[in-house]
Write a new protein. Structure first.
Length: 400
């Protein structure tokens, strides 16, 4: 027996094989189907998907053979990978000096015929083979060899798909980790900034009250600028804190929510607003959902409908219906509506479409971004329908 030579760039080949994370994985029907087809087409009793590891050949699929691995020094496939551009064929191993006394020839599986097509990765490095084996000497036709090559390409397609999926999952995991770090940073930074801002705003207010009579109009104007800037920044920080707290909201368990009670509590929350009418339209009386998430979504949408309404009477309609796998909500108002081109960007964080609301306050562009984030994290979606002069309707779904 002649032991197979090590591949000319074995270190790189081994690294390429490891990048697929395929060794010692469980059997998969897609691979088993290919070896079954290969054995049928070539008329052999055995077909293997063999991957050449450092000290062994391991079988991802082993049709007609019970073992899952053999020593590399006995592997026919370890010879085959040294010529990755050609099919390695042994018509009768008993007559070949490289294999005549090989344990795999003398003992089970008693290989006589072997044909292996190298499985070559995207870097041109051989990983192993798709091979067919029989207990008697034979010769494959050109059609059989072409079919075997085509099947080997399908094996590589499966391996490449697995590798791409793994890389995508790793990228997604890294992105999630970075997003979590960014959100934690935003929360800590916003929290640490809030206290000094409250102090600045409070001191400006006290200074204005205690020494207002001793300050000229220019000084008073500067104090108002300080208070206004502090309040604006504090609202921005409150928005960032709310946005960062979304994750903790999503961890809360679902509970039964009476819709009339929900509507009444929201109405009480905005009882300071004169000329406000909130009505509920629903085909059901209660839902089973994350209460805090529903509160945050509806309060944000109702608050926006109030702040940007241009009518004497602000009319808001909240609707709920239950579908097969979700609840569908809408919040509809009689406000000025939103330009078609602006509807595509209103859910982006820090996107502000109007310089001031009806109270003379400027927004921070965080409210609707928070709503979208919560809705999507609980398995739903949100969209907006609006026409200038005819109000706006936000429609969102959540899993039931």
């Amino acid at each position: 027996m002649i032991v197979p030579s090590e591949y000319k760039d074995e270190k790189a080949r081994q690294k390429e094989l490891d990048s697929y994370s395929i060794l010692d994985t469980l059997p998969e029907i897609d691979y088993d189907n290919l070896t079954a087809i290969a054995a049928e087409i070539c008329g052999t009793s055995i077909s293997l998907i063999s991957l050449i590891d450092n000290q062994r050949q391991w079988f991802k699929s082993h049709h007609g053979y019970d073992s899952t691995e053999t020593p590399r020094e006995h592997a026919f496939c370890a010879h085959a990978i040294n010529d990755p551009k050609n099919i390695f064929v042994i018509q009768d191993a008993r007559l070949d000096e490289r294999f005549h006394d090989n344990p795999l020839v003398i003992e089970d599986p008693k290989i006589i015929f072997y044909a292996g097509v190298p499985l070559v990765g995207e870097k041109g490095l051989p990983l192993g083979t798709l091979c067919v084996i029989d207990h008697k000497s034979k010769k494959l036709s050109q059609n059989q060899l072409r079919s075997l090559t085509a099947l080997s390409n399908q094996v590589m397609n499966l391996l490449d798909l697995r590798k791409s999926k793994k890389l995508l999952e790793e990228s997604f995991s890294n992105l999630e980790e970075k997003n979590q770090d960014l959100e934690r940073f935003a929360y800590v930074a916003a929290h640490d900034l809030k206290s000094p801002l409250i102090g600045i705003s409070g001191m400006a207010q006290i200074f204005s009250e205690e020494y207002g009579s001793k300050i000229d109009e220019e000084g008073k104007s500067m104090l108002e600028l300080i208070k206004g800037a502090s309040n604006k920044l504090r609202k921005l920080i409150d928005g960032l804190l709310e946005y960062s707290r979304c994750e903790s909201v999503l961890n809360e368990k679902k509970s039964k929510i009476d819709l009339d009670t929900l509507k009444n509590e929201i109405t009480k929350l905005f009882s300071y607003e004169p000329g406000l009418s909130i009505v509920l339209r629903s085909t059901i009386t209660e839902i089973y959902a994350n209460r805090t998430a529903i509160d945050q979504i509806l309060i944000n949408l109702v608050a926006n409908a109030i702040k940007y309404n241009d009518k004497k009477i602000t009319r808001i309609e909240i609707g709920v219906v239950e579908n097969d796998n979700c609840y569908e909500f809408y919040v509809k108002d009689n406000g000025p509506g939103i330009e078609q081109e602006d509807q595509k960007k209103i859910f982006g964080i820090f996107e502000v479409l109007t310089a001031q609301d009806k109270f003379g306050q400027s927004g921070n562009g965080i409210g609707l971004a928070t709503v979208k984030k919560i809705v999507e994290r609980i398995g739903g979606s949100i969209k907006v329908e609006s026409e200038l002069g005819k109000g706006t309707k936000f429609i969102f779904t959540i899993e039931n």
